[in-house]
Design a protein around this ligand. Structure first.
Ligand SMILES: Cc1cc2nc3c(=O)[nH]c(=O)nc-3n(C[C@H](O)[C@H](O)[C@H](O)COP(=O)(O)OP(=O)(O)OC[C@H]3O[C@@H](n4cnc5c(N)ncnc54)[C@H](O)[C@@H]3O)c2cc1C
Ligand code: FES
Length: 250
C-alpha cells in the first residue's frame, strides 16, 4: 500500500528517518478497541513544495493501525509527527551498496533519491522480495536495482544476500546501507563483518512515542541499551551482536 501525505510544517526529512502516523477518527480505542498509539512508518520519498513536504509511505496491512491507514482516502486528514530519529550517513570515499528487503524498501528509495542529488555519487542497489508481485513496489520509484525473489518469479532466485556477497567480494571498498526483516539484516551484518565492510542497518522495534519519552523502543547494543527512536533507527552493524532483537518487526 502506498500513501502520500502532505506535511505542511515540514521540515524535509533525511533518508532513514520516520514519522508516527494516525487518523483523527477510528483511532484511540472505540468500537474495535485498538489501536491506541500512532504507528511508525519510514518515508520513501519526500518532495518539497511551497505547500509543504509531500511524503510517500509504503506499508503492509499487518494489524489494526495499518488497516486504518489503508482506508484513508484522497483529501482525508492524517495526524503526522516527525521526522524522528537519525538517517543514513553517507561514508565518503566508499562505494554505497543499498539493500532493501520487502517493505524495508521505503528508506532505501529515500536514500537512493538523496544520493542522486549529490554530484558524482553513484550506488549499487539490491532488492530482495518474496515474489515478482511484491517487487512491483520498486517499479513505482524507477529504482535501478538488481532483484532477487525467493520464488524465482523475477530476477535471481534466492536470497538477496547471495547477490550482495558477490558484490562485496568484487568491491571491498563498499559501505552497506540496508533495511529489511531482521533475518535479512542479520545475514547482512554477518556478511559485512566477514568482508570487513561497514554497514548501516535501519532497524525496527515497538515504538509508542517516537521521540525518546517512553523507553518502549530500547534495544541492546555492544555499548549498552539505546532508544531506537532517537539513537536509531539506523545503527552501525558493528555496534550489534545480532540484528535479531526480541520483539522486533513483523
Ligand atoms: C522506525 C520504524 C519504521 C517503520 N517503517 C515501516 C514502513 O515503512 N512500512 C511498514 O509497513 N512498516 C513499518 N514499520 C513497522 C510498523 O510500524 C509496524 O508494523 C506497526 O506495528 C504496524 O501497526 P499495526 O497496528 O498495523 O500492526 P500491529 O498490531 O502493531 O502488529 C501486527 C503484527 O506485527 C508484529 N509487529 C509489527 N511490527 C512490530 C514491531 N515493530 N515490533 C514488534 N512487533 C511487531 C506484531 O507482533 C503483530 O503480530 C516501521 C517501524 C519502525 C519502528
Ligand atoms: S518510542 Fe518512546 S522512547 Fe522510543
Amino acid at each position: 500500500m502506498a500513501l502520500t501525505a502532505l506535511d505542511r510544517g515540514g521540515p524535509a526529512p533525511l533518508a532513514g528517518q520516520f514519522y508516527m502516523l494516525m487518523t483523527p477518527a477510528g483511532w484511540g480505542g472505540g468500537a474495535d478497541g485498538r489501536p491506541y498509539l500512532p504507528r511508525a512508518l519510514s518515508f520513501a520519498r519526500a518532495v518539497q513544495s511551497d505547500d509543504g513536504v509531500a511524503l510517500d509511505f509504503l506499508f503492509e496491512d499487518v494489524g489494526p493501525g495499518t488497516e486504518r491507514l489503508t482506508a484513508v482516502g484522497v483529501g482525508d486528514e492524517l495526524l503526522i509527527a516527525g521526522p524522528f530519529g537519525n538517517g543514513f550517513a553517507l561514508e565518503a570515499d566508499r562505494w554505497p551498496v543499498l539493500i532493501a528487503g520487502g517493505i524495508g524498501l521505503a528508506p532505501i528509495v529515500a536514500f537512493d533519491d538523496e544520493l542522486r542529488d549529490l554530484d558524482g555519487v553513484r550506488a549499487t542497489t539490491f532488492v530482495g522480495m518474496r515474489s515478482s508481485a511484491h517487487a512491483s513496489a520498486a517499479g513505482l520509484y524507477d529504482l535501478k536495482h538488481s532483484l532477487a525473489t525467493e520464488d524465482g518469479s523475477a530476477g535471481h532466485q534466492g536470497y538477496v544476500t547471495e547477490l550482495v556477497a558477490t558484490q562485496l567480494e568484487a568491491q571491498p571498498d563498499s559501505t552497506v546501507y540496508a533495511c529489511g526483516p531482521p533475518a535479512m539484516l542479520e545475514a547482512i551484518r554477518v556478511l559485512c563483518e566477514e568482508h570487513g565492510v561497514p554497514s548501516q542497518l535501519a532497524m525496527e522495534s515497538g515504538m509508542a512515542c517516537g521521540f525518546g519519552a517512553c523507553y518502549g523502543c530500547v534495544v541492546p547494543t555492544k555499548d549498552g541499551y539505546i532508544r531506537l527512536c532517537v539513537d536509531g533507527p539506523v545503527i552501525e552493524g558493528a555496534q550489534l551482536d545480532t540484528a535479531i532483537l526480541s520483539g522486533m518487526a513483523h
